[in-house]
Design a protein around this ligand. Structure first.
Ligand code: 26V
Length: 827
C-alpha cells in the first residue's frame, strides 16, 4: 500500500499507541502532519515543511508525557516551584527534544527515507530569542535540569512577539533587525486561546469601610488586558517527565473593545486593541542598564499578575487554608524583574482574601526566594515613584506599608544608626523618589542568593551588607551551572561519543562521572583521539567562517574566542589591544615565531550603548587591517561572527582552544559561557572573577591561565586614585597600540574615528581598569601560546578541563536549590 495515502497514514497512527511509538510511525506521523496539520501535499514536502511536521510529531509525544507528569504532581500533592523570569533563552528545540525522548536515530532514519538529513532539517529551526544573554540562558538550563530531576516545577515568562534583535554587521558596524520569530508558525507550543486571565493597570484606589468596620481598598477605573497562556514543553532526559514553560501573550479584553464599538468608534477600538497587545510585543534588549520605561513596568506586572492568578487557581483546587500556602508553593524571582509579585500576593491576600496584614506578610516572606545576578550599580533596578503610582497605584501603597513596618523593625534592632534607615529603605529619597526593587525583593523573600561563591560574598560584604546584618540567615550562594545535555551531548556529539565509549553514559545525568576520564589524560592514544575530534570541530567552524565571512582560517591555528554580550566590563577592548600588540610584533619581525592564531569575536551590544557598539566597530576595523595585510598571512586572523545566539554558541563551543573570560575583577557575577567552553575542552584565560575562581579550584592552576588584579585590588586602586596614564607612559608596547588607534591607523578614511575609545582609557578614568591589567594579560597570553606549541601538553590540559567540570552541571545547581531553598523533591 502507498504509505502516503490518508487511509494508510490514519491506519498507521491507530495501530501504534503514541507512548510507545516505534520508528516507522515517526515517518508516518511526519507525513500525517504534513497533510492534516500543515495542509501540504505529502508526496514531496519541502525541508521547512518536514521540519514543522517533525516538530508537531514530537509535540504529540511531549504533550502526553506532560499530562502524565501533571497528574503525578497532583496525585502526590507536591509542593510546587514557580520560576518567574522575564527572560528565557531556550535555543533550538529539535535536537534537544530528540535526545531527551531518545528518538535521534529514529528521526535520522525517518528523514533519510524522506530524502533529508537531520542536519539540514534542524537547520530550518529559528530559535526563540526571548532573552538577552546569561540570565535568560541560565533560566533555560535550569528548566532542563528541573525536568531531569523530575521537580514539580513550572517556568513562567512572556511570549514576546519579537525576541532579541537579529544583529548584522554592515560596514563594520552593528545593525539591528527585528526578530520576527513567530513568522514561521508555532509548532512547539500550544496556544491556549480560551485560557486567559485579566490583568489590570492604572486606575485609582478607593478606600472604604465595610459593614464589619474593616478598612478596604478597591481599584477603580484603569484598564484591563488579557493574558493568554502559551505552553512550551521541556522534557527531562529520557525519564518520561515533561515540564512546561508557560509564556503569556497579551490580548485585548473584549469588554473594552465592545465599549468602543458601542460608541461607534470602530477605529478607536482597533487602536486600543493594538495598544493593549503591545505589552508582549518586544523584549527589551538592554541588559545591565534598565531603561525605566512604562511599557517595561507593564510587562513585569503583566507576567506577575497572570502567573499569580494561575498559582492561586491551582492552590484553591486543594481547598486548604491560606496559611498552608508556603508549604505548597515557592515562587522564585529570577532577578528583581518579577519582584512586584511580592506586593501582588499581599494585595490578593489582604484586599481580596481579607487576611490581616500580619498573616498575609507571614505567608509572603515564606513563599518568595530571590536570585541576584549583578552588582553593577547601573543594573540595579529602580522605578520612579510617579511612574509606579500611575501604573500600579495600589501596589505602591502596599510597598509603602511594607516599608513602614520594615523600617520600624530596623529602628528597633539598630537604634544607634540613624543613617541606616535611609540606606535600606525600599524608597530612595532625593530630588526624585524611586522604588528600589532589590530592597523589595530582599525584604519580601526568605532566601537571597548570588550566582557564584565570589559574587555571593560581594553581596554580603558590600552591595547588600546592611541587609546581611539585618537578615543574615537569608543569604546564601548557588553557583550557576549549565546543562550537559545541550552543552556537550548535543553541541559536540563526536566528543560526547568518545567520552561515552570510555566511561559509559552516566555522565549525562551525573556529570561528576567525567572524573573517570582523568586516568586517560596521560594516554597517548586517547590524547590523539581527543585532539582529532577537536580538530574536526575546528575544521567545521573554519568552513562556517569561510561561508559567512569569506575569511580563510587555519584549523591548526590557536582559536582564541571571546563571545558574549558586549559590555565595557567584559573587556573585549582589552582583548583587541592584545591582538594589535601581536600584530605589531609581527610587523616588526615577521619571523618572530608567533603561534598562528585566529581571534574570534561575537556578541550583541544594546542598541543604545554607544561605547559597546563603537568597540564592535573597532574590532571589525582592526580585523580588516590585519586580515588584508600581506605581511601577516596565516599568522593572525580576526573574525567577527555576527548575531551571536544559542545556535551559534553551539557551533563555537566545541571548536575553541582558548576561552576569554576577562572581566574586571568583581564585576561578572558568575559567567556561564566560561563553563560551556571548558566542558568542551577549551582552556580558559581569565580574571579572578565570578565562577572563574571556582573553575580554577576544580581544574587546578596548571590548566587555567589566570591574570590581573583581584577584586579587592581593583577597589583599593580606585580608592587610592587610579591613574591609567602611568601605564601608557611606562609600557611602550601599550603606548604604540593606543597611539595607532587614536591616530587613525585602523580608520584611514576617518582618523578621529576611534579617538574617543582611547580617551575613555586615558582621560576619563578607565573605569574598567583595562590598562592596569594589560601587561599581565599579555604575559599570560604568551604562556598560553607557549603551552599550545606543546600539543600533548595541551591535549592533557584540555581533557582535564572537561574531566573536572562535573561540579558545573545545572543538575547540581538545581539539586541545591531544591534541597536548600525550595524544600522540594523529585516526583
Ligand atoms: C537585565 C535587564 C534585561 C532587560 C531590561 C533591563 C535589564 C536590566 C538589568 C538586567 C540585569 C541582567 C543581569 C544579568 O544578566 N546577569 C548575568 O547573569 C548570569 C546568570 O546568572 C551571570 O552568569 C552573569 O555573570 C551575569 O552578568
Amino acid at each position: 500500500m502507498d504509505s502516503t495515502t490518508p487511509e494508510a497514514l490514519a491506519g498507521m497512527r491507530e495501530t501504534a499507541s503514541p507512548a510507545t511509538l516505534p520508528a516507522d510511525t515517526l515517518k508516518a506521523d511526519i507525513l500525517w502532519h504534513v497533510l492534516y496539520s500543515l495542509g501540504r501535499d505529502n508526496e514531496r514536502p519541502d525541508r521547512q515543511t518536514v521540519f514543522r511536521a517533525l516538530a508537531l510529531a514530537l509535540r504529540d509525544r511531549l504533550v502526553e508525557k506532560w499530562i502524565a507528569s501533571q497528574r503525578a504532581i497532583y496525585a502526590k500533592s507536591s509542593k510546587r516551584v514557580y520560576y518567574l523570569s522575564l527572560e528565557f533563552l531556550p535555543g533550538p528545540f529539535l535536537r534537544q527534544n530528540l535526545i531527551a525522548l531518545g528518538l535521534e536515530k529514529e528521526a535520522r532514519d525517518a528523514l533519510t527515507e524522506l530524502g533529508f538529513t537531520l542536519d539540514d532539517v534542524a537547520g530550518e529551526e529559528w530559535e526563540p530569542g526571548l532573552g538577552n544573554g546569561g540570565l535568560g540562558r541560565l533560566a533555560s538550563c535550569y528548566l532542563d535540569s528541573m525536568a531531569a530531576l523530575r521537580l514539580p516545577a513550572y517556568g513562567y515568562g512572556i511570549r514576546y512577539a519579537f525576541g532579541i534583535f537579529h544583529q548584522l554587521i554592515r560596514d563594520g558596524q552593528q545593525v539591528e533587525r527585528a526578530d520576527n520569530w513567530l513568522r514561521g508558525g508555532q509548532h512547539w507550543e500550544f496556544e491556549r486561546t480560551h485560557y486567559m486571565h485579566p490583568v489590570r493597570f492604572y486606575g485609582s484606589v478607593r478606600e472604604w469601610v465595610d459593614e464589619q468596620g474593616r478598612l478596604r481598598h478597591t481599584l477603580e477605573g484603569g484598564s484591563t488586558v488579557m493574558a493568554m497562556a502559551c505552553d512550551m514543553f521541556i522534557p527531562g532526559y529520557r525519564n518520561d517527565y515533561v515540564l512546561n514553560m508557560r509564556l503569556w501573550a497579551a490580548k485585548s479584553s473584549r469588554e473594552f473593545e465592545f465599549s468602543f464599538f458601542n460608541t461607534g468608534d470602530y477605529i478607536g477600538a482597533v487602536e486600543k486593541k493594538i495598544r493593549d497587545e503591545n505589552i508582549s510585543m518586544v523584549l527589551y534588549p538592554n541588559d545591565e542598564a534598565p531603561e525605566g520605561k512604562e511599557l517595561r513596568l507593564k510587562q513585569q506586572f503583566f507576567l506577575v499578575s497572570a502567573t499569580m492568578q494561575d498559582i492561586v487557581r491551582r492552590f484553591r483546587k486543594k481547598g486548604v487554608a491560606w496559611d498552608q500556602f508556603p508549604r505548597k508553593n515557592v515562587i522564585h524571582l529570577n532577578e528583581t524583574h518579577p519582584a512586584v509579585a511580592i506586593p501582588e500576593l499581599m494585595r490578593l491576600l489582604v484586599d481580596e482574601e481579607l487576611l490581616p496584614w500580619e498573616e498575609a506578610w507571614y505567608i509572603c516572606v515564606r513563599t518568595f526566594a530571590y536570585t541576584n545576578h549583578t552588582v553593577l550599580p547601573e543594573a540595579l533596578e529602580v522605578w520612579p515613584e510617579e511612574l509606579f503610582r500611575k501604573v500600579l497605584p495600589r501596589h505602591l501603597q502596599i510597598i509603602y506599608e511594607i516599608n513602614r513596618r520594615f523600617l520600624h523593625d530596623v529602628r528597633r534592632q539598630f537604634p544607634h544608626d540613624p543613617g541606616l534607615l535611609a540606606r535600606v529603605s525600599l524608597i530612595h529619597e532625593g530630588e526624585q523618589r524611586f522604588v528600589r526593587m532589590s530592597h523589595l525583593a530582599i525584604v519580601g523573600s526568605f532566601s537571597v542568593n548570588g550566582v557564584s561563591a565570589h559574587h555571593s560574598n560581594i553581596i554580603k560584604e558590600s552591595i547588600f551588607n546592611e541587609f546581611y546584618k539585618i537578615f543574615p540567615e537569608r543569604f546564601n550562594n548557588k553557583t550557576n551551572g549549565i546543562t550537559p545535555r545541550r552543552w556537550l551531548r548535543q553541541c559536540n556529539p563526536t566528543l560526547a561519543w568518545l567520552i561515552t565509549e570510555h566511561i559509559g553514559t552516566e555522565w549525562l545525568t551525573d556529570l561528576e562521572q567525567l572524573k573517570k576520564l582523568e586516568p586517560y589524560a596521560e594516554s597517548a592514544g586517547f590524547q590523539k583521539a581527543w585532539m582529532e575530534v577537536r580538530l574536526r570541530n575546528k575544521q567545521k567552524l573554519a568552513e562556517y567562517i569561510h561561508a559567512k565571512n569569506g575569511i580563510t582560517i587555519l584549523p591548526e591555528s590557536l582559536y582564541d574566542v571571546h563571545v558574549k554580550r558586549f559590555h565595557e566590563y567584559k573587556r573585549q577592548l582589552l582583548n583587541i589591544l592584545h591582538v594589535i600588540t601581536l600584530y605589531n610584533r609581527i610587523r616588526r619581525d615577521p619571523d618572530a615565531g608567533i603561534v598562528p592564531r585566529t581571534f574570534i569575536f561575537g556578541g550583541k551590544a544594546a542598541p543604545g550603548y554607544y561605547m559597546a557598539k563603537h568597540i564592535i566597530q573597532l574590532i571589525n576595523a582592526v580585523g580588516y587591517t590585519i586580515n588584508t595585510d600581506p605581511r601577516v598571512g596565516d599568522m593572525l586572523k580576526v573574525v567577527f561572527l555576527q548575531n551571536y545566539c544559542v545556535t551559534l554558541a553551539e557551533r563555537i563551543m566545541p571548536a575553541t582552544d582558548l576561552s576569554e573570560q576577562i572581566s574586571t575583577a568583581g564585576m561578572e557575577a558568575s559567567g556561564t559561557g566560561n563553563m560551556k567552553f571548558a566542558l568542551n575542552g577549551a582552556i580558559t584565560i581569565g580574571t579572578h572573577d565570578g565562577a572563574n575562581i571556582e573553575m580554577l579550584e576544580h581544574v587546578g592552576d596548571e590548566n587555567l591561565f589566570l591574570f590581573g588584579l583581584l577584586s579587592h585590588e581593583v577597589e583599593d586602586l580606585r580608592r587610592q586614585g587610579y591613574n591609567p596614564r602611568t601605564f601608557y607612559e611606562t609600557d611602550s608596547e601599550l603606548r604604540e597600540v593606543l597611539d595607532m588607534i587614536s591616530g587613525g591607523y585602523f580608520s584611514p578614511g576617518d582618523p578621529h574615528m576611534f579617538r574617543d575609545i582611547v580617551e575613555s582609557l586615558l582621560n576619563h578614568g578607565d573605569r574598567y581598569m583595562v590598562l592596569a591589567d594589560f601587561r599581565s594579560y599579555a604575559y599570560r597570553q604568551q604562556d598560553a601560546a607557549r603551552a599550545y606549541l606543546d600539543q600533548p601538553g595541551w591535549a592533557r590540559r584540555s581533557m582535564l578541563n572537561t574531566a573536572r567540570m562535573g561540579f558545573f552541571s545545572s543538575d547540581r545547581s538545581m539539586g541545591e536549590y531544591a534541597r536548600d531553598i525550595w524544600g522540594v523533591e523529585g516526583v
